[in-house]
Ligand binder design. Structure first.
Ligand SMILES: [Zn+2]
Length: 228
């Protein structure tokens, strides 16, 4: 059964990791709008130039540009069996536009990974990256003992992200809350919405997401008389 999924979650909740993981398990594309924007900017495409101008003015990239990117990506053949959307929608206006685009496709399943603010701050403030190539060097599970001091890709030094000190992190979380609370309200009454506890280890969160998705798809199959 095709799986059209939106992954919501605050910075630090593990949304990106879980999105990659689920997409790989289901063999469907992981559609990260942040990654697409970075590629468009790097390749200096028409969209990339518009996005760069808007970001240079300190604005968010506008809904029209974002929806254009998402529509184009979800129209490709590899997304026919589904997708995991990561970083989109960010606003209710984007969510409404996405619903319009989804007419005639299996309904969106919305997974919201939640964790208390103090836990998000703790995770974000302990985030480390490679100072040379920028690779993420954080083992979130903490079970692997001492953190590496050298990058596994390029051998560069592992440093703390400069934008991850506690005050900056608090502000990012506030912005996220302001933008996303209305989005959760927009989706939460749907039978395809599931809230997931982001506190356990990543493996357990991943298992909870799989159970939630199976549950939604079984209910849909039961309601439509199909087999899952
Ligand atoms: Zn590196």
């Amino acid at each position: 059964m095709a799986l059209n999924l939106i992954m919501l979650g605050a910075p630090g909740a593990g949304k990106g990791t879980q999105a990659v993981r689920l997409a790989r398990a289901r063999r469907i594309p992981h559609v990260s709008t942040g990654a697409i924007l970075r590629e468009e900017v790097a390749a200096d495409t028409a969209i990339g130039r518009i996005a760069r101008e808007q970001m240079a003015r300190g604005d968010l990239v506008d809904d029209g540009v974002m929806l254009g990117i998402v529509e184009e990506r979800l129209s490709r053949p590899d997304a026919r069996e589904g997708f995991v959307l990561d970083g989109f929608p960010r606003t209710v206006a984007q969510a409404e536009a996405l619903d319009g685009f989804m007419v005639g496709r299996p309904p969106l399943i919305v997974v919201d990974i939640a964790a208390p603010e103090e836990e998000l701050i703790r995770r974000l403030a302990s985030r480390r990256i490679c100072g040379a190539c920028g690779r993420d060097a954080t083992p979130l599970d903490g079970a692997r003992g001492r953190a590496a001091t050298r990058c596994s890709r390029c051998g560069g030094p592992i440093v703390q992200r400069t934008d991850d000190d506690v005050e900056v992190v608090r502000e990012r979380l506030k912005v996220y809350q302001r933008q996303t609370a209305p989005l959760v309200e927009y989706y939460q009454d749907r039978p395809t919405f599931r809230a997931i506890d982001g506190m356990p280890a990543p493996e357990q969160v991943a298992a909870a997401i799989v159970r939630a998705v199976d549950d939604v798809q079984q209910q849909r199959a039961a309601n439509s008389g199909d087999r899952p």
